[in-house]
Design a protein around this ligand. Structure first.
Ligand code: PEP
Ligand code: MG
Length: 327
């Protein structure tokens, strides 16, 4: 199997009927970077910047942040890297930021991510400076985690833009351009997405968190593993609504949760029109092999039918279809 995936390395992630899927990888540490060339990923679709904060006993100074981001961009060369601003707080508490983590009953739904970043805006501004500086002369792709309301995105974006203007005015090196995105992890954002889409360069769906909030099933609780179901009709219908809204608005959608790294789940995503995935590096070979042996157009029609069929068992239907297609 491994040898088979090696052989696919330089071949495109393209289905038998010509759908080209962009396969990016998730990363968070320097040690993840060699995987870019090993897998020949199309870029980094999610760089979890909080890892540097989580492994540090003190707040990482700007110089250390810039050094890491530069190494990441250098390793990616001309491939895009989407940096996510820190998703700390909640259960990813760091001792040097006054967080509520250990006092919260539901830290996943607590004071974390963009919520904390807006309340401690100095932290976000410093990180923005580091990212803008590291991306000097190139495009910086930046997204914010756990956006619930469009105003949160606007405020965070304004903080970054202010920093960019400041660097420009001071004649300091900074990103040539910034592309802004939001992560869709909180279900209610989907209901006000029409207001946010005109302001987005891209949208990234974090299905790890989204699934737990949509299905009210803790992503880390093994007793709920069968309820935390990426192929549930509710979740797939929901994802399709988002994709069908974003694409006509010209906003590319990618999935950056673990769901996209499982071949059957990835196939379900292709079947609802997703064409960009950011997944764990080890999953790139298996998912690419799946894509290259699939016919997606007929599958899209079938998926639409299944999603409209009361009680349809998507996992069973999809497995049977994959077998029939010889995937
Ligand atoms: C997600 O929630 O799907 C996601 C990619 O973010 P994280 O797993 O870091 O919470
Ligand atoms: Mg998340």
């Amino acid at each position: 199997k491994q040898a088979e995936f090696e052989q696919l390395k330089d071949l495109p992630a393209e289905s038998l009927d010509g759908v080209r899927v962009r396969l990016m990888m998730n990363a968070g540490l320097r040690s993840d970077l060699p995987a870019l060339d090993i897998t020949n990923a199309d870029g980094i679709g999610l760089f979890r910047t909080e890892f540097q904060f989580l492994v540090s006993a003190t707040l990482p100074r700007k110089g250390r942040q810039v050094a890491l981001y530069k190494d990441v961009l250098e390793a990616a060369a001309d491939r895009p890297v989407i940096f996510r601003t820190v998703d700390i707080g909640g259960d990813k508490a760091v001792p040097y930021v006054d967080s509520e983590g250990d006092r919260e009953e539901n830290p996943a739904m607590g004071w974390r991510a963009i919520r904390l970043a807006l309340a401690r805006s100095g932290l976000l501004a410093a990180q923005a400076s580091a990212l803008l500086e590291a991306a000097a002369g190139r495009t910086l792709y930046l997204m914010f985690p756990m956006v619930t309301e469009p105003w949160e995105y606007e405020q965070a974006r304004a903080i970054v833009e202010k920093r960019r203007r400041r660097l420009a005015a001071a004649g300091l090196p900074h990103a040539a351009e910034v592309k802004f995105g939001a992560m869709l992890e909180v279900p209610s954002l989907a209901m006000v997405l029409d207001e946010l889409l005109p302001r987005l360069d891209f949208l990234s769906i974090g299905t790890n968190d989204l699934t737990q909030f949509l299905l009210a099933a803790d992503r880390g609780n093994p007793r709920l593993a069968d309820r935390y179901d990426w192929l549930s009709r509710g979740l797939l219908r929901f994802l399709k609504l988002v994709v069908d809204q974003a694409h006509p608005a010209g906003v590319p959608v990618s999935i950056c949760g673990e769901m996209g790294g499982r071949p059957l789940e990835a196939l379900a995503l292709m079947a609802i029109g997703v064409e960009r995935l950011s997944i764990t590096p080890a999953a790139i070979g298996p998912v690419k092999a799946m894509i290259r042996s699939a016919r997606l157009e007929p599958l899209k029609a079938k998926m639409a039918e299944w999603l409209a069929t009361p009680g349809a068992d998507i996992r069973a239907l999809l497995t049977a279809e994959a077998d029939a297609q010889g995937i």
